[in-house]
Design a binder for this molecule. Structure first.
Ligand code: SF4
Ligand code: SF4
Length: 436
């Protein structure tokens, strides 16, 4: 695509990298065929190619965002399905992030939008605030009909159960063996995940410990920063990024880290992008690059580094389960990890099936199901329709957002891949499967 940035504009690092990306686009439109919002809305501006044009126009002409641009950019899920399809290697993720930051700087949203986005940006990344709000929401749930539609949708998505933690909070989870650990990793326990599904981190820690790997959980690391990053709130996002990079890099230098494990693929995608985000920051460039290099999704780490010890420790394992694997967008498109978790699950001896049209998002996409509820619901409906074609006994995935979203649309149990691997290597049977 031809670009017309001035020399002055190209002194800005974000303009410079966006210009390079835009030039790669040959406007073939292939990306539209796999874009969930284009598929639903059939509007060129609700597809990746149209959005690239909108962003290019704002940036090149120093234009503030307007209602029309914001509408179409806000509708993007940041699912990155377009990046998997694009034959020219256009890094849409970096373009849309740049576009969102520009909108945040140049556009004044309505009061209600500002309130909702500011509320989400403060509450979700902080597990203490989130726990308090979630408990309050439980009290007001029966009266949700009195609230405006947007708030009602958010109330509906709030969990009603908060499983108890079974592992104590510790800085270092040791391997419980006299032998020296075979590796030492840090685990990102996440912000929302550790409140609504603590069993995912517990399965991860148990599984790693059982295989001789020491796990470090830094108590001052909560959110990876992606929630605010995707809301275009770059100041808040950068605070989280810098905090995490400093803590992990310090741990890496002082005590050694073989990897940083993410068991939420949305967060993993952002951690792997820290290196790019700080590419010109003289204080953080080197550290951020190292943190990105160390980051591995749990499935990726297990596959590359751990000889899993599968054992028959439960009568329920006699049965061969039919499992649907939901490939989270951030996993398959963001991190290009698809076969690895499926192959790991197959090692349990169960049947695993890809969900038809599995490249399409379930509608979760960070805060998307909270702020674009109508589109998210349509995507969820399509996802459930496709899951039902498989008739699975349960669903596995690697992202807490997808677990929460899909659970809204089906009674089929859905859980994290790591919970099953933990069970089949000596851990407890996941509670959600108690009736199977
Ligand atoms: S597929 Fe790639 S090159 Fe083609 S229009 Fe989309 S972004 Fe541009
Ligand atoms: S990130 Fe997803 S929703 Fe956004 S343009 Fe690409 S394919 Fe479409």
């Amino acid at each position: 695509m031809e670009t017309h940035f001035s020399k002055e504009q190209l002194k800005d690092k974000d303009n410079k990298s966006s210009e390079k990306i835009i030039r790669k686009c040959v406007h073939c439109g292939m990306c539209n065929t796999t874009c969930p919002t284009y598929d639903l809305l059939r509007d060129e501006l609700d597809g990746p190619r149209g959005r690239i044009y909108l962003i290019k126009d704002m940036l090149e002409n120093n234009k503030p965002a307007n209602d029309k641009i914001v509408k179409h950019i806000d509708r993007c899920l940041s699912c990155y399905s377009c990046m998997t399809t694009c034959p020219s290697g256009v890094n849409y993720m970096h373009i849309i992030d740049h576009g969102r930051n520009h909108i945040e700087k140049t556009y004044k949203r309505s009061l209600s939008d500002r309130f909702v986005r500011s509320f989400l940006s403060k509450v979700l990344p902080n597990s203490i605030y989130f726990r308090i709000i979630a408990k309050l929401v439980l009290l007001i749930k029966p009266f949700q009909f009195i609230f405006p539609k947007k708030i009602r949708e958010m109330i509906k998505l709030m969990p009603i159960r908060f499983p108890k933690k079974t592992l104590p909070n510790m800085k270092v989870y040791k391997t419980n063996k006299r032998k020296k650990p075979v590796a030492r990793v840090a685990l990102l326990t996440g912000c929302v995940q550790k409140v609504i599904s603590p069993q995912i981190n517990e399965s991860t820690i148990r599984l790693l410990n059982r295989h001789g790997i020491e796990v470090v959980v830094s108590k001052n690391i909560e959110c990876c920063g992606s929630l605010n990053h995707h809301l275009g709130k770059s100041d808040l996002a950068h605070q989280a990024f810098k905090n995490n990079i400093s803590i992990w890099y310090d741990e890496y230098l002082k005590n050694g880290l073989d990897a940083i494990i993410s068991n939420t693929s949305g967060c993993g995608t952002t951690l792997k992008d820290y290196g790019f985000i700080f590419r010109t920051d003289k204080d953080f460039k080197k550290k951020a690059k190292k943190i990105s290099e160390l980051t591995k999704d749990i499935s990726e780490y297990l596959d590359d580094n751990v000889k899993l010890n599968f054992i028959q420790n439960d009568k329920a394992m006699d049965k061969e389960y039919k499992i649907a694997y939901h490939s989270a967008c951030s996993m398959q498109h963001g991190q290009k990890i698809h076969e690895v978790p499926i192959n790991l699950i197959k090692k349990t001896g169960n049947q695993v099936f890809d969900i038809p049209d599995g490249h399409f998002c379930c509608g979760s996409a960070g805060t998307y199901n909270l702020i674009q509820a109508d589109i998210a619901k349509k995507l969820l409906k399509n996802k459930i329709f496709n899951i039902d074609k498989i008739k699975p006994e349960f669903i596995l995935t690697g992202n807490i957002g997808c677990i929460t979203q899909i659970a809204q649309g089906t009674k089929i149990p859905i859980l994290h891949t790591v919970e099953i691997i933990d069970w089949y290597t000596g851990g407890p049977k996941p509670k959600i499967l108690k009736n199977l």
